[in-house]
Ligand binder design. Sequence first.
Ligand code: TXA
Ligand code: MG
Length: 349
Amino acid sequence: MKTLVKQVNQTEPETAAIEQAAGIIRTGGLVAFPTETVYGLGADALMPGAAQKIYEAKGRPSDNPLIVHISDFEALTRIAAHIPPAARKLADAFWPGPLTMIFRKTPEVPYETTGGLETVAVRMPDHPVALALIRESGGYIAAPSANTSGKPSPTCAGHVISDLDGKVDMVLDGGQVGIGIESTIVDLSVEPPMILRPGFITSGMLMPVIGSVQDDPSLTSEDASVRPKAPGMKYRHYAPKADLILVEGNLVAVSQKINEFIAELGKAGKKAGVICTDESVGQYHGAVVKSIGSRKDPSSIAHNLYAVLREFDDIDVDCIFSESFSADGFGQAVMNRLYKAAGRHVVSV
Ligand code: TXA
Ligand code: MG
């Protein structure tokens, strides 16, 4: 299949491009599009057979459910069997935005879309291109991140094309995304509501709106056998090709340890990569060193994380060492993704 790539204005998307993309979705095809978190790979969420194409293009296990994207709150009534009062409050506070909520599904939602589950994940993205596309396509777009399964989520159209060229009908190129990390997922089918995946919307932001909220136990457990409730969280996602080792502790000791690792690898004739910050980029020697952002601006670290992991895939290094970053607030989401990229390979100093 030839993949059509169309540039679109990210604040006022061109009608012709949106209509063409919506036509593809309405006839059962696949369109990748920008959201404020990461690029999504969209298909009609309510059309039997369409979700199957998403799983095939991504090489994704079909028991891993998709998020249904809507463009107005009323659309929920067709796909959610019960809408608790907390959902209305959260939507008022955070939709459109980087928050996904889980509901009991209606029979209208095919099991293909929900990976066989009785629940459905729903989000209203805060991006003019995504909202226009959803509206024009009939109101319900199932969209996982638009990467090959196991690769970092795409934060620009180039990432999508490098993974999915020839496997999807169209890519709407709306430039770089803003946040850079996938939405927060909250399960409203349990009491108190449970965060299944941390993201830009933190528990500290949810608490004042809905009173109480709990973390999925797997998010805080050291024990790898504690199963996450979101099926997708159990896979080793976001994995770079080279081994990734996360080094935690006091920053001075971390830099020292990473320099020791670089020297050891060098003796064995191997090459190291380093992920660090603007503040420490001058500390490392004899390796390919990349700053991921500034510690003074945690959102810059989230914004660049996946692009930096992908850049290392194109560079010939044997092992990547990453500094660890603050896990406060939004930092919890960054560290959650980094731990998974490292396959929990962590060295504490
Ligand atoms: O920011 C985002 O959420 C992006 C953009 C494109 O909207 N989408 C995204 O989708 O990250 P995906 O498919 O890469 O991640 C969806 C996650 C998976 O971990 C999946 O297991 C979980 O949501 N999920 C979906 N439906 C669920 C359900 N009914 N119950 C529990 N977890 C669910
Ligand atoms: Mg994903």
